[in-house]
Write a protein that binds this ligand. Sequence first.
Ligand SMILES: CC(=O)N[C@H]1[C@@H](OP(=O)(O)OP(=O)(O)OC[C@H]2O[C@@H](n3ccc(=O)[nH]c3=O)[C@H](O)[C@@H]2O)O[C@H](CO)[C@@H](O)[C@@H]1O
Ligand SMILES: C=C(OP(=O)(O)O)C(=O)O
Length: 419
Amino acid sequence: MASIVITGGEPLNGEVWISGAKNAVLPILAASLLADGPMEIGNVPHLHDVTTTMELLGQMGVELIVDDKMRIHADSRPANRHYAPYDLVKTMRASILVLGPMVARFGEAVVSLPGGCAIGSRPVDQHIRGLQALGADISVENGYIHAKAKRLKGTRIVMDLVTVTGTENIMMAAALAHGTTVIENAAQEPEVVDLANCLNAMGAKIEGAGSNTLVIEGVERLNGGRYDVLPDRIETGTFLVAGAMTGGRVLAKRARPSTLDAVLVKLEEAGAHINSGDDFIEVDMRGNRPKAVNITTAPYPAFPTDMQAQFTALNAVAEGVGVITETVFENRFMHVQELKRLGADIRVEGKSAIIRGVPRMTAAPVMATDLRASASLVLAGLVAEGETQVDRIYHIDRGYECIEEKLGVLGAKIRRLPS
Ligand SMILES: CC(=O)N[C@H]1[C@@H](OP(=O)(O)OP(=O)(O)OC[C@H]2O[C@@H](n3ccc(=O)[nH]c3=O)[C@H](O)[C@@H]2O)O[C@H](CO)[C@@H](O)[C@@H]1O
Ligand SMILES: C=C(OP(=O)(O)O)C(=O)O
C-alpha cells in the first residue's frame, strides 16, 4: 500500500492552485444521468472518487470522454443499465447520488445500500423517504435499494435532519417530476448550490438554493450543457491550516473565499493574518505559533465537519487548550489516536476532543483511517520533528488532487512511497 513520508519543520511559503470541489463534481456527474443531451463539465479535480464515479456511470452505459483540458464530456442517452453494484458503492458512498436521477429519468433504479464507514453509520433513510414522497415505489432487498416510478410527482418534503447528499438526491429527482416540489430543512452547503446552478443551466427550475427551502418546478426534460465546478473549500481550508500550523504564509489561488467564512474566523482566532480577494485567500502566521481554538461542527454555514480533523491537528501544536465538538458524525475522531502517536495531548470525552497544545510533536509511523483523518496526519507530519510515514494513503487520493506535489511547491519535504 502506498504511503507518504514527510520530514517536518519547514514553514510553508508560497502559492497553491485550488482544484474543483470533490463534493460538487460527484453530484454534478450523477446529474448527467438526467440530461437528454451531452454535458461538458470543467474544473474537474483528478481524484479517485471521480474515477470511481466515471466507472459507475460507464457501467450504466453513459458515454464518457476526458479531453486534454481534463473536461469531462458525458452523454447519458445510451445509458441502459440502471444498476449501481455493491463493489463500486462500497468504495464510495457518494454512489448513492445516482439513485434519484435514475428513477426520475429511467423510471427504475437498483442501487446497493452504501453501509457505514469509518466516520459513522451514515444511513440513507432520508434519501429513501424523500423519493417515496415523490411517488417512487421503494423496497430494500438483499442489500439493494430497488426504486420504481412511472413519473415522479412534486410534493412538499420536510427533511428530518439536514443531509447534503439527501437534499441533492431529492433535488435531482424533483427536477424531472411532474409539478412543484418544496424541500424544507434542506442543506445549504455551497456544493448543493453548485449542483442547483448546474441543473438550472441544464434547464431545471430550482429556486432557493443556499437557503433551507428549495422550490423545484419539475420540467419535462433537461438538456445537457457546459458547467464548471466550484473550487474546493475543504482543500482550500486544508492548505490554509498547513500554512498556519507551520508558522508560514500560504496563498490559495482560484479559491472561493465566501464559502469559507466559518473556517477563516477560526484561523484569525488562531492568530493568522488573512487577506482575501474575489478568488484568493492568503494566510500569514509570520513565524508565530497558533493559539488554540474551540470549534463545534454543524451543517453550513457553521463550521464544516470536513475541516474538523485538520483543526484538531492545528490545536495539537497550538498554545493553550482547545475543545473540538463534533455534532455531525458520531465517530469522527479516528485521527486522535494517530495524532497521539506523534506526541499530541488529546482526550476524547463523548462528542468532544480536549486538546492541550504541545510545543513540538515528534515523527512516528501513522495510519490513515479516512479522508480528512489522512489530511490531519499529513498536516501533523509537516510540523513533527523527524520523518513521519503516513500509511493507507489511498484515503487521501479520494479527495486531494496531487497533495504531495502541491505541498512540495509550498516548500514541504514530502514524498510518496509506492506500494
Ligand atoms: C459526497 C459528499 O457531499 N459528502 C459530504 C456529505 O456527506 P453526506 O451527504 O453523506 O452527509 P449527510 O449530510 O447526509 O450527513 C449528515 C448526518 O445525517 C445523517 N443522515 C444522513 C442521511 C440520512 O438519510 N440519514 C441520516 O441519518 C448522517 O449519518 C450524518 O450523521 O456531507 C457531509 C456533511 O457535511 C460531509 O462530511 C461529506 O463530505
Ligand atoms: C466524508 C467525506 O466524504 P464522503 O462523504 O465522500 O465520504 C469528506 O469529504 O470528508
